[in-house]
Write a protein that binds this ligand. Sequence first.
Ligand code: A2P
Ligand code: MG
Ligand code: MG
Ligand code: MG
Length: 407
Amino acid sequence: MAINCLRVLSKIPLSTKPKSPKPHLSLPQPLSLCGRRSASLSLGVVAAVEAGISHFSSMSYDKELHAAKKAASLAATLCQKVQKELLKSDIHSKSDKSPVTVADYGSQALVSFVLERELPTESFSLVAEEDSGDLRKDDAQETLQRITALINDTLASDGSYTVSSLTTEDVLRAIDSGKSEGGSSGRHWVLDPIDGTKGFVRGDQYAIALALLDEGKVVLGVLACPNLPLTSIGSDTKHSSHNRVGCLFFSQIGSGTYMQPLDGSPPVKVHVTAIENSEEASFFESFEAAHSKHDLSSAIAKKLGVKAPPVRIDSQAKYGALSRGDGAIYLRFPHKGYREKIWDHAAGCIVVTEAGGVVTDAGGKPLDFSKGKYLDVDTGIIVTNQKLMPALLKAVKESVEEKTSSL
Ligand SMILES: Nc1ncnc2c1ncn2[C@@H]1O[C@H](COP(=O)(O)O)[C@@H](O)[C@H]1OP(=O)(O)O
Ligand SMILES: [Mg+2]
Ligand SMILES: [Mg+2]
Ligand SMILES: [Mg+2]
C-alpha cells in the first residue's frame, strides 16, 4: 500500500503549501519563539530582526521542501519494510542489531540520493548521523548487499527515477555525503535516518527526521513518523488498534506546520494546544529512562499541578504529536555527559515552532543549530506553547535547583 501511496504523493504538485493557508508570523525563530518583539528591543536589534525577516521570509524553500518530503517518504517505506521483517522474526533475532543497521544506512543513503537527484543544481551538504566506516569492512559485505538491494527495491517500486540499479559503491558514497560538519554559513541538510532506534526495534515509534539549515537557522523540516496514529495520542485519548498510522509533518519558515498521512492524502494545518492552565496540560517524554531523567520530569509536572500521567514515546514523533496539540509539554533531560546532536532536534524544532510552540533549553534559550554537529544546551530541552512557557521555565528552574541541592 505504501508504494501506491508514494505514487500518489509524487503526483502532488511541486508546491507543498495547500491553496489558502493563512501564513502566520514569519519572525526569525529566536525572537518569534519568545514573543519578545517589544519596545524594550534596541533600535539596532529591531533593524537586525527586520533584516532577518526579509532574508528568510522572502525566501521560498518550496523546491527543497518537495524534495525533503519525497526523500523522507521513500525512507519511511524502506524502514517499514525492514521493521515488518524484524517483527516477524522471533525474540532471539530481535536482539540482533543487524536489521536496524540495514534500515539506518538504507534510509540515509536513500535520502541522500533523492536530495541530490531532486536538487541537482544546488551545492549539496549533509550532516547526518551515520557513516560508512563499518560497512566498508570485509565482514560487512553481505549487509552492504542487503542494503543496496533494499534501496533498489524501494526506488523501483516508487518508479519516479529511471535509474539503473545503484551499486554498492553508489550506496557507500551516498552514505558518506552525510559527512558535513554544518555550521553558520551556507546551506546544510540535517538528517537522522532513524530517530528512536530503540522504538524501531521494539516495533514502536521512530521517525525519519530531515531539516535544512540556511545561515545556521532551521528553515524547513520534515518528520516522517510511520507508526504514529493519524489521530491524537494524548493521555486522554483511547488507543485503538484500528487507528490508521503513518504521519508526515512538514514546515517551512513563516508558513506554518502541516501534517499529512504518509499515504499521500491531503495535508492539514496543525497547531499546538491553546491550553493556558498547566493543571490541564499533559506531557511527553522519552520512553527510555536512559535517555531522559523521568524523576526530574515528574518533579516539574508536580510543581505545575499536571494531573495526567506522562505520555512516553520514542523519537521526534514527540515533536510531531505536540505540534498538533496531542499534549502540551515535552521534557527532555539527558543524563550527565550526553551531548545533544542537531539531527535529533532540528526538524522537530521547526515543526513545533511553526505550529505556534516554543522550544528552548532549560535556561530558556532558543536552540542554536549553527555551531556544528552538537547543540550546547543548558541541562535539557523543554517544549510547550507560548502561554505555558513562563510557568514551565519557573518550574524547571526550581526543580533543577532542588535536585542539585539535594545531591
Ligand atoms: N544516552 C542517551 N541519552 C539521550 N539520548 C540518546 C541516548 N542515546 C541515544 N540517544 C538518542 O536519543 C534519541 C531518541 O530518544 P528518545 O526516543 O528517547 O526521544 C535518539 O536520537 C537516540 O539516538 P538514535 O537516533 O540513534 O535513536
Ligand atoms: Mg536520533
Ligand atoms: Mg538515529
Ligand atoms: Mg543512533
